[in-house]
Design a protein around this ligand. Structure first.
Ligand code: PAF
Length: 322
């Protein structure tokens, strides 16, 4: 038993207090328990348990055991799941204001993305969730997405052209990837390994931590460090749950989410630093020098449509954020 729990139990016993009511929260995510999602979720759960002196604890459901991200978000809205640690992939279908952060090549690097999401503008997006039956505890992180496939090395869009690639159920991504010449095939993540293994799709795109944790090196030969889009993530819960909490417990949940974000981002950093060499060791052919300028210019028709949907000024504000 952890020290803080022993101490809490001892204090309760000394004060003559009986066993406290305990609530077990279900938290789901799609990658493996060893992934960045597992690391962040564990910190979130530990901090909630510690901060509420064990009145709230979690049971984790990793590896898509409760379905894909869209299904889990719906489950949170319905109240059959308490928390989901999800990428923004399907979130725009619930909270349209979030779609803008999924534009390819919007963020320059991790520092840009993290600082924007943590800024007042990024935090303002979190206020759009409660009217949709969701509460966003904090932004967290999936990472910059890269392409893998079983056919050929991708250096420029012409190499990606015609490849059937699994994508998230995200219209903003799909529009951009079509401009790259890819045939986007949206699919829930729990089906992806099998689809790659059976050749139902040629490739997929995901951050290094996901490629590692999902063992895609077993079913994909080529990895290109395209970094074509930053994939934010969120800890989502429901107004139903939050409204049951005291003000002090609410604070515990938000503080726990902040600590979880730091841990999840740290794990992304570690996987970015060590994971590429690991994937090479596992047999992947890694293209480090991708023609980023060619991918950016191929994106032009999609950019015109993003500009119509989101407004040139709103996109520029994010791109120019310092
Ligand atoms: O590709 C996806 O669906 C997402 O990146 C994943 C792996 C579920 C993590 O959010």
């Amino acid at each position: 038993m952890k020290t803080w729990r022993l101490a809490a139990t001892a204090i309760c016993a000394a004060m003559g207090l009986g066993a406290q009511a305990q609530t077990t929260l279900k938290i789901g995510y799609t990658p493996a328990a060893t992934s960045h999602y597992g690391v962040g979720s564990t910190v979130l759960c530990d901090e909630i348990e510690k901060g509420t002196q064990g009145r709230y604890k979690c049971q984790q459901f990793p590896a898509g055991s409760l379905g894909g991200e869209r299904e889990m978000i719906e489950a949170v809205q319905l109240g059959t799941l308490d928390i989901v640690n999800t990428s923004t992939g399907p979130v725009g279908n619930f909270v349209p204001e979030v779609k803008i952060v999924d534009i390819p090549f919007l963020f320059r690097d991790y520092d840009h993305a993290r600082r924007y999401l943590d800024s007042a503008a990024g935090q303002d997006l979190l206020t759009k969730f409660p009217s949709k039956g969701l509460v966003a505890l904090a932004w967290t992180e999936n990472g910059f997405r890269h392409m893998t496939n079983s056919k050929r090395a991708i250096v420029k869009p012409a190499d990606a052209a015609g490849l059937k690639m699994r994508t998230m159920e995200n219209k903003v991504h799909m529009e951009g990837y079509k401009a790259f010449g890819i045939q986007p095939t949206p699919m829930a993540f729990p089906e992806v390994f099998g689809a790659l293994q059976q050749g139902a799709v040629d490739g997929q795109e995901n951050p290094i931590p996901v490629i590692l944790a999902s063992k895609f090196s077993q079913v994909q030969k080529h990895l290109s460090l395209t970094g074509h889009v930053y994939s934010p993530a969120l800890y989502l819960t429901s107004p139903r749950l939050m409204n049951k909490l005291s003000e002090a417990d609410k604070k515990v949940f938000y503080e726990a989410a902040k600590k979880a974000t730091a841990a999840q981002r740290k794990k992304v950093n570690e996987d970015e630093d060590n994971g590429i060499a690991q994937l090479e060791k596992e047999g992947m052919n890694v293209v480090r020098k991708v023609d980023g300028a060619a991918f950016r210019s191929a994106l032009a028709p999609a950019m015109a449509s993003y500009t119509k949907e989101f407004g040139a000024d709103n996109i520029r504000k994010i791109q120019d954020f310092k």
